[in-house]
Ligand binder design. Structure first.
Ligand code: SF4
Length: 516
């Protein structure tokens, strides 16, 4: 019979901790320590400190950066948790070199490195380049919608927010009135009730004041269509956006990822749910970062893939300007793909409300109207001649047609009306015969390109390039919510996460870290 020693994790152990021994080569903590200590130029932080002659000695930013990067890699974003970890967890103690930075120091450090983070990102990208992790042949762009540190309940147009504020004030008045009434009636109202009421009044008043202050200091947000869109009292730079988890108040975190080792070459957040204008800033950012590390003409001729949410004239023009070989499909590209023709055969809608009504009725189309070559007249299925209404009709897409119309008298008593006219009130049928196509637009060219076998093959690579990066950050690094507020600070958090991702790539695939 086995006779094991008893053990108990609820105990303290006193003994020496050799800090260097905690950072084992081959681990992420070692990679962070080595890269920050030996390969990053931390002089970018020098301008922040002015305490050489007077003032207290500060904690070296190297230590703070190591703690923050390692904390982010473990899903620890809270500065209080990081402070606790530096006091109690040996890996953090080793990275912080047994210093115990206060949570306010860590929080202030993270939220203020908006300028330095750009340099840090470029320096880590440079290491990726030196380690042979950049292929520079195919980039994929995508966006990850993550919740902001703001509730969607505090969103609304200015009128809605004003109404909310008035409702809160009314509620306060009502509580005070009820409170007085009860007080008169039952003289001996318990002190707990009184305290509860006062607490509630205080809370509602603070909320109403907050909205009032917001309305006084901000202008209504205007969307791309020139109409007012919803503002948010807590973080007005975030936006309500539709995600696979429902509508959430958040940021759209974008990344440009290199195909060779899935290194992030540019990372940026946007306070809009749509990606239709994101291509230009993302490509420009990637180009600047790569040029900064010495890559010449980094985007010229390279393949760039992005999903259907990036399909817009603006984005495609941005690709053209950057001279990239773009693969951005439209929403309908799978419907045109023969491989997906019977993709829906086993799919059954779970909710009947989502089933679209499809009319089985077939109306006469252009092909049912025949041209009499001898007379040059267009003849309808009932044998009536249509007359030319407009010889040079151009539709919204720029195509040119001859517009024909049947005589009202012919259609009025026609027995085929129900097969020809979609609306009973229509007096006469019109038919447009195409005479001239417009020159292919930028979107036509993209559709044609995506519909080729080669186009589909190249676009198919996208999912294996950018999605694993988001999977790593969201699931492995547990980044499902930004904890800072405001676009600048949220951008820092997103870049820090992408930095951790790139450092992990250096650790796993870099030549310096290769196992002999
Ligand atoms: S409705 Fe008018 S156009 Fe249509 S088939 Fe009858 S006559 Fe011809």
């Amino acid at each position: 019979m086995a006779n094991h020693q008893l053990y108990d994790y609820k105990q303290s152990v006193i003994g020496p901790i050799f800090l260097e021994d905690q950072l084992l080569p081959g681990t992420l903590e070692y990679a962070i320590h080595y890269i920050v200590e030996d390969r990053l130029d931390m002089g970018v932080f020098n301008a922040r400190y002015n305490n050489d002659k007077t003032g207290r000695k500060s904690i070296d930013p190297k230590l703070l950066l190591k703690v923050v990067l390692y904390g982010y890699s473990r899903g620890m974003v809270s500065s209080r948790n990081l402070e606790y970890a530096c006091e109690r967890i040996t890996t953090f103690m080793a990275l912080a070199c047994n210093k115990t930075p206060d949570h306010s120091t860590i929080a202030a450090f993270v939220s203020s490195i908006d300028e330095e983070i750009e340099d840090l990102f470029t320096m880590v990208l440079m290491i990726c380049h030196e380690e042979g992790l950049l292929g520079g042949t195919h980039f994929s762009i995508d966006g990850l919608k993550l919740s902001s540190n703001a509730s969607k309940e505090w969103s609304g147009k200015f009128d809605d927010l004003k109404k909310k504020q008035e409702a809160l004030r009314r509620k306060v008045k009502q509580i005070v009135k009820e409170h007085k009434k009860t007080d008169k009636k039952e003289r001996g109202q318990s002190t707990t009730d009184k305290a509860r009421h006062e607490k509630r009044i205080k809370k509602l008043t603070i909320q109403a004041d907050r909205i009032e202050e917001f309305l006084a200091n901000n202008e209504p947000k205007i969307g791309s269509k020139g109409e007012e869109i919803q503002s948010n009292v807590t973080d007005n730079e975030s936006a309500k956006m539709a995600t696979s988890h429902g509508v959430q108040q958040g940021y759209n975190a974008n990344a440009v990822v290199d195909s060779k080792s899935q290194v992030v070459t540019n990372a940026e957040v946007f306070g809009t749910g749509t990606d239709s204008k994101n291509m230009a800033p993302m490509l420009e950012g990637a180009r600047n970062n790569l040029e900064a590390i010495g890559v010449e003409k980094p985007l010229e001729g390279i393949q760039v893939s992005a999903d259907t949410s990036y399909y817009s004239v603006e984005n495609l023009k941005a690709c053209e300007e950057e001279k990239v070989d773009a693969y951005v499909p439209d929403q309908q590209f799978r419907k045109r793909d023969v491989r997906f023709q019977d993709a829906d055969r086993h799919r059954r809608s779970t909710d009947k409300r989502h089933q679209k009504y499809k009319s089985k009725k077939r109306y006469f189309d252009v092909d049912d109207f025949k041209m009499n070559e001898d007379t040059g007249k267009l003849i309808c299925p009932a044998g009536q001649e249509l007359y030319v209404k407009n010889r040079n009709y151009t539709n919204a897409e720029g195509y040119k047609f001859i517009a024909y119309q049947a005589p009202k008298t012919a259609c009025r008593d026609c027995t085929l009306r129900s097969k020809c006219l979609r609306k009973p009130k229509t007096e006469a049928r019109q038919v447009h015969i195409l005479i001239e196509k417009r020159p292919p637009s930028i979107t036509d060219k993209m559709r044609e390109k995506i519909d080729t076998l080669e186009g589909r093959k190249i676009y198919g690579k996208r999912i294996g390039i950018v999605e694993p990066v988001f999977g790593n950050i969201r699931s492995c690094k547990r980044m499902d919510r930004f904890t800072l507020r405001g676009k600048i600070k949220v951008n820092i958090q997103w870049k820090l996460y992408c930095l951790v991702h790139n450092i992990e790539k250096i650790l796993n695939y870099g030549q310096s870290f290769a196992v002999e």
